[in-house]
Design a binder for this molecule. Structure first.
Ligand code: FE
Length: 201
């Protein structure tokens, strides 16, 4: 199926429902971060391998800034699933997460610059491009500070999962000199996709 056809067809919301259910099952097995990142990577890679399930409302860019749409939050806030939508040239500030996270690119590409912070100073440790279908992890244990820029000429969309209700987490953005500023991201949407109407396919 071409990307164009995927956008016009009714979204295959069962794929997102299955992902959410599988992720909850994985997290039910224990809170070992390495195991969650390894298992979650497999699930997210499978989710972003097919672009037929994300409702258009959660793939809309804004000319103002990148958009962060909540797709699902676990009832105990053990995890959340978010779509990030990037217009041409848009990027995040340098920021941290404070919890585990996985980023999978659904459409387009993302440029990821990684940093470490030591004695209050930021050091850039690497840079890479994440293409559609690829997944990358963040966490205080595996590297938690980065800056993400849309790496495509048009709109890019990535699907993120985090070990908390990420829009409510107190975390930080950083000036290039390493000065932190408190940051709570929130979400762009006030309505969530309906994953649970089983009268539909
Ligand atoms: Fe991030």
């Amino acid at each position: 199926m071409t990307v164009h056809a995927a956008i016009e067809a009714a979204p295959n919301i069962a794929r997102l429902r299955g992902f959410v259910t599988d992720l909850a099952d994985l997290i039910d097995q224990g809170d070992d971060e390495a195991a969650i990142l390894a298992g979650g990577r497999v699930l997210l890679k499978r989710l972003v391998a097919t672009d037929d399930w994300l409702p258009e409302a959660y793939a809309q860019p804004s000319p103002e800034r990148y958009q962060q749409y909540l797709l699902h939050c676990d009832s105990a806030e053990r995890f959340s699933v978010v779509s990030f939508v990037w217009g041409a040239g848009q990027s995040t500030p340098i920021h941290d997460h404070t919890v585990w996270g996985l980023v999978g690119v659904l459409r387009g590409a993302e440029l990821v610059e990684s940093y470490v912070r030591e004695d209050g100073n930021l050091f850039r440790t690497g840079e890479g491009v994440l293409h559609a279908g690829e997944v990358e992890a963040v966490s205080p244990a595996v590297g938690d500070i980065h800056r993400v820029t849309n790496g495509a000429e048009g709109v890019s969309v990535s699907i993120h999962i985090y070990g908390a209700n990420i829009g409510a987490v107190k975390r930080a953005v950083y000036a290039p000199d390493g000065t932190p500023k408190p940051f709570i991201s929130g979400y762009a949407n006030s309505h969530l996709p309906n994953l649970w109407d089983r009268s539909r396919p």
